[in-house]
Design a protein around this ligand. Structure first.
Ligand SMILES: Cc1cc2nc3c(=O)[nH]c(=O)nc-3n(C[C@H](O)[C@H](O)[C@H](O)COP(=O)(O)OP(=O)(O)OC[C@H]3O[C@@H](n4cnc5c(N)ncnc54)[C@H](O)[C@@H]3O)c2cc1C
Ligand SMILES: Cc1cc2nc3c(=O)[nH]c(=O)nc-3n(C[C@H](O)[C@H](O)[C@H](O)COP(=O)(O)O)c2cc1C
Ligand code: SF4
Length: 650
C-alpha cells in the first residue's frame, strides 16, 4: 500500500474511497481495454498477466479488465469467461494484481452485431434486430425471445465464475454499441416482444441481467455498469435519456455507474483521435452524477494529474478512469503521487499502437510512445552493459533519443549529435498541423529524459564520415530519419514548387490563394488542412482511390471530416505529370489529361530513408546500426521501438 501523503496537488486523487461496497486505495481506475493478449481460445496468458500486473504496480487503485465474453465465439473472441474451465487462468490474473494492492473488476460483455467478421468463425452475428452497424456492415440475425433469455443466463453464469476466480466485482458492458447497448437503444432495437419498444422494455435485457447477477453473487458483490452518456448516433440514446437509464440502474441496485460515450457508428467519440481535448466528455458523467447518488466514473482523454485532480476536486465525478494513459505509462499514478508529472509518458491519442492500428486489426496491443507495452516481461529488466563503450547516436528524433537514453541507462558513454538547433526530428513537424499538438508531449518527454540522464548532446552538429573518424566511437547508431521523396517530373524544380516539410516548419510561406498539394497521404492531407485554415484554396491530388490511406482509421475519419469542413477539394486516382507556372497537369487512370490552376504546388509524395551517411560508414566502423526512418521509413511506433531495441542490444 502507498505511504500516506500530504501532497495538496494530488490529495483527492489519492484518498482512499469506496467504489460502492468495495474499499479502494485511490480514485484512479484503469478503464477496460481490449488487449488481444489472450490465448487463441480466449484464455488468460502470462503476457496478459504481466501487462496488468505492471499497471497494478504502477499505483492505480482499481483495474477493470478488458471486455470479457460471456458467449464464445458470438459474444466475442478476445478474453472470455463462457466456461468454468477459464476460472483458473482468471484467478492467476487476479492474484497478480492483488499482489500490488490494487482491486480488479471483470468486464462482462457480448458484442452482438459489433462482432468482427474474422472472429465469427463462419457464424452470423446476433442482435436484437436485423440491423447492421454502419462500420462493420454485417447483417445480424434477430435473437428469439428464448435466445435472449439464454444470454441473460450466460451473463449470470459468467458473473458467478468471476466471483469464483476472486475478482473484486463485475462490470456489465452496456456501452459502445455492444449487445446490451444494442438492446437499450432504439437505433438497433426494433423488437416487439418484452425486450423492445418503450425505454422500459428496452431496459429489460440489462435489468434482468442485473437482477440475476445480484441474486447469484449476492447484493454486496460490487456491480458496476458501463454505458454511453450519449451515443452520438442518429436515433441513438442522447444524454437526457441516459439520465433516465442511470436512475433505473441505480434503483435496480447497480453500485457504480461508469459513463463513457459513443458506439462503433460514432467511433471518434469512443476512442478519441488526437484532436480531441483533454476530458472533453466528462460533462456526460457529470450530468449523470447529478441524476443519481451512487458513485460515477468519468473517462476520456484524461492525460495529466492536474486535470484528473481538478475534476475530482470540483466534484464533477467521483472516480477518474484512465485508459490509454495507462497503456502509455503504467506508472502514471505513482509518478503523479510522487509529484513527478514531467516523468509521465503521456498518451498522444494516435491510436496506432493500440486500438485502430493494432487491436481492431487483430494484433496484440502495443504503444507508440512506450515500446515495452504488451511485452512487460521481455523488457521488464534493463540489463547493464556488459562492457562500457563509446556510442555515437546520430540524429535527435524519437529513434535516436530512445536509443541514446537506453544506452546511457545501461552504462555506455553516449554522445548524441543533432544537426538542427532543436531535438525532436520530424516530431516537430508532425505537431504543427491543426489538432496534432499532443505529438509535442512525446518530444517533451524524450527531451526531459535526455536531460535527466545527462546524455551528452552536440546540437547543430551535422555528422559526416570525417566527424565519425575523428571521434572514433566503438558503436555508431544512425537515426538520421528520412527526407522527402522528390520524383523526376517536368517542372519539379520550378520556384512555385515547395516541400510540405518546408511549409510546416515555417521555412516557406505561400501567400497566394490557389494551392495544389501533391500527395494525399497523412502529410499531404494535414498540410492541406493547415493551409486551408489559413484561408488558402487547397486541392489535394492523390494517385490512390482514397486519401489518407496510410493513416490510422479513427484519426482518418476525424481528418476527413475536418478537411471537408475546411473546404479542401480532393482529386483521387490522379497522377501529377507536369508542373508549370500556372498549375499542374494531371492524368487519370484512363490516360485522360487535365490542367488545374495553382499558384503553388506543395510536394507531399512520401519519404525515403536518409541513409547516405550509413552507406558511407558501413564496413568502416567497428559496429553500426541504422534505426527508425533511416533504416525503414515508418511511424513513431517504428522509430521508438527501433531505438529501444538497439539501445538494449548494444
Ligand atoms: C508532417 C508529419 C506528420 C507526421 N505525423 C505522424 C503521426 O501522426 N504519427 C506517427 O506515428 N508518425 C508521424 N510522422 C512520422 C514520424 O514523425 C516519423 O516516423 C519519426 O519522427 C521518425 O523518427 P526518426 O527518429 O527515425 O527520424 P526523425 O524524426 O526524422 O529524426 C532524425 C533526426 O536526425 C537528424 N539528422 C539527420 N542527418 C543528420 C546528420 N548527418 N547529423 C546529425 N543529425 C542528423 C535530423 O535533423 C533529425 O532531427 C509524421 C511525419 C511528418 C513529417
Ligand atoms: C485499445 C483499447 C481497447 C478498448 N477496449 C475497451 C473494452 O474492452 N471495454 C470498454 O468498455 N472500453 C474499451 N475501450 C475504451 C476505453 O475504456 C476508454 O473509454 C477510451 O479509450 C477513452 O479513454 P482514454 O482516452 O482514457 O483512453 C478501449 C480503448 C482502447 C484504446
Ligand atoms: S498507441 Fe498512441 S493512442 Fe495508444 S496508448 Fe500509445 S500513444 Fe496512446
Amino acid at each position: 500500500m502507498p505511504r500516506p501523503h500530504h501532497n495538496p496537488k494530488t490529495n483527492r486523487m489519492f484518498e482512499p474511497a469506496f467504489l460502492g461496497p468495495l474499499a479502494v486505495k485511490n480514485r484512479l481506475i484503469m478503464a477496460p481495454m481490449g488487449t488481444l493478449l489472450a490465448s487463441e481460445v480466449g484464455g488468460v496468458t502470462p503476457k496478459q498477466i504481466d501487462y496488468y500486473a505492471e499497471r497494478a504496480k504502477g499505483g492505480v487503485g482499481t483495474i477493470i479488465v478488458e471486455i470479457t465474453s460471456v458467449d464464445y465465439p458470438l459474444g466475442g473472441t478476445g478474453l472470455t469467461f463462457h466456461d468454468n474451465g477459464y476460472i483458473g487462468g482468471h484467478s492467476e490474473l487476479v492474484e497478480a494484481v492483488h499482489a500490488y494492492g490494487a482491486k480488479i473488476i471483470c468486464q462482462l460483455a457480448h458484442v452482438g452485431r459489433q462482432a468482427h467478421p474474422s472472429d465469427l468463425k463462419g457464424l452470423q452475428p446476433v442482435a436484437p434486430s436485423p440491423i447492421p452497424c454502419r462500420i462493420l456492415k454485417v447483417l445480424p440475425r434477430e435473437l428469439s425471445t428464448r435466445e435472449v433469455e439464454e444470454i441473460v443466463q450466460k451473463f449470470i453464469a459468467a458473473a458467478k465464475r468471476a466471483r469464483a476466480a476472486g475478482y473484486d466485482g463485475v462490470e456489465l458492458h452496456g456501452a459502445h454499441g455492444y449487445l446490451i447497448a444494442q438492446f437499450m437503444s432504439l437505433c438497433s432495437n426494433q423488437r416487439t416482444d418484452r425486450y423492445g419498444g418503450s425505454l422500459l422494455n428496452r431496459m429489460n435485457f440489462p435489468l434482468e441481467i442485473i437482477r440475476g447477477v445480484k441474486k447469484a453473487v449476492g447484493d454486496r458483490f460490487p456491480l458496476l455498469f458501463r454505458f454511453s452518456g450519449d451515443e452520438f448516433v442518429e436515433n441513438g440514446r442522447p444524454l437526457e435519456e441516459s439520465k433516465q437509464v442511470a436512475r433505473m440502474l441505480e434503483e435496480e441496485g447497480v453500485h457504480v455507474l461508469d459513463v463513457s460515450a459513443g458506439a462503433y457508428d460514432s467511433m471518434p467519440k469512443l476512442m478519441e483521435p488526437m484532436s480531441y481535448p483533454e476530458g472533453w466528455k466528462i460533462y456526460l458523467a457529470e450530468e449523470i452524477k447529478k441524476a443519481v447518488k451512487v458513485p460515477v466514473i468519468g473517462v476520456g482523454v484524461i492525460r495529466t494529474p492536474a486535470f484528473a485532480e481538478k475534476i475530482l476536486r470540483e466534484g464533477r465525478i467521483d472516480f477518474v478512469a484512465l485508459g490509454r494513459a495507462l497503456i502509455a505509462d503504467p506508472h502514471w499514478p505513482n509518478k503523479a503521487r510522487e509529484g513527478r508529472p514531467e516523468d509521465i509518458i503521456r498518451c498522444i491519442s494516435c491510436n496506432i499502437g493500440c486500438i485502430g492500428g493494432r487491436v481492431f486489426r487483430g494484433l496484440p496491443l502495443r504503444c507508440s510512445v512506450n515500446p515495452a507495452t504488451g511485452r512487460e516481461r521481455e523488457f521488464g529488466i534493463l540489463p547493464p552493459a556488459g562492457e562500457r563503450r563509446k556510442v555515437l547516436v546520430v540524429g535527435g528524433g524519437p529513434a535516436g533519443m530512445e536509443a541514446a537514453c537506453l544506452a546511457k541507462r545501461r552504462g555506455h558513454r553516449v554522445i548524441l549529435a543533432e544537426k538542427e538547433a532543436q531535438l525532436g526530428g520530424q516530431l516537430l513537424l508532425a505537431a504543427v498541423p491543426p489538432g496534432k499538438e499532443k505529438i509535442n508531449w512525446y518530444s517533451e518527454y524524450l527531451i526531459g529524459r535526455m536531460k535527466k540522464l545527462k546524455v551528452l548532446t552536440r546540437m547543430k552538429q551535422e555528422v559526416t564520415a570525417g566527424y565519425v573518424q575523428k571521434l572514433k566511437p566503438e558503436v555508431v547508431i544512425l537515426a538520421t530519419g528520412a527526407v522527402p521523396w522528390i520524383p523526376d517530373i517536368p517542372g519539379i524544380q520550378n520556384p512555385n514548387v515547395v516541400k510540405a516539410w518546408d511549409i510546416l516548419d515555417g521555412k516557406k510561406k505561400v501567400e497566394d490563394s490557389m494551392v495544389v498539394v501533391a500527395g494525399g497521404g497523412t502529410v499531404g492531407c494535414e498540410t492541406a488542412l493547415y493551409l486551408a485554415r489559413q484561408n488558402r484554396k487547397v486541392i489535394v491530388v492523390e494517385m490512390l482511390g482514397r486519401i489518407a490511406l496510410d493513416m490510422e482509421p479513427i484519426n482518418r475519419m476525424d481528418l476527413q471530416e475536418k478537411i471537408r469542413q475546411a473546404g479542401v477539394e480532393t482529386r483521387v486516382k490522379k497522377k501529377m505529370k507536369e508542373i508549370a507556372k500556372e498549375g499542374v497537369l494531371l492524368e487519370d487512370e484512363g490516360g485522360k489529361e487535365e490542367w488545374i490552376l495553382a499558384d503553388w504546388v506543395i510536394l507531399a509524395l512520401g519519404v525515403k530513408p536518409n541513409d547516405s551517411l550509413f552507406r558511407k560508414l558501413e564496413g568502416k566502423v567497428p559496429e553500426i546500426y541504422s534505426i527508425g526512418d533511416c533504416g525503414q521509413t515508418g511511424k513513431i511506433i517504428d522509430a521508438s521501438y527501433d531505438g529501444f531495441r538497439v539501445g538494449r542490444l548494444i
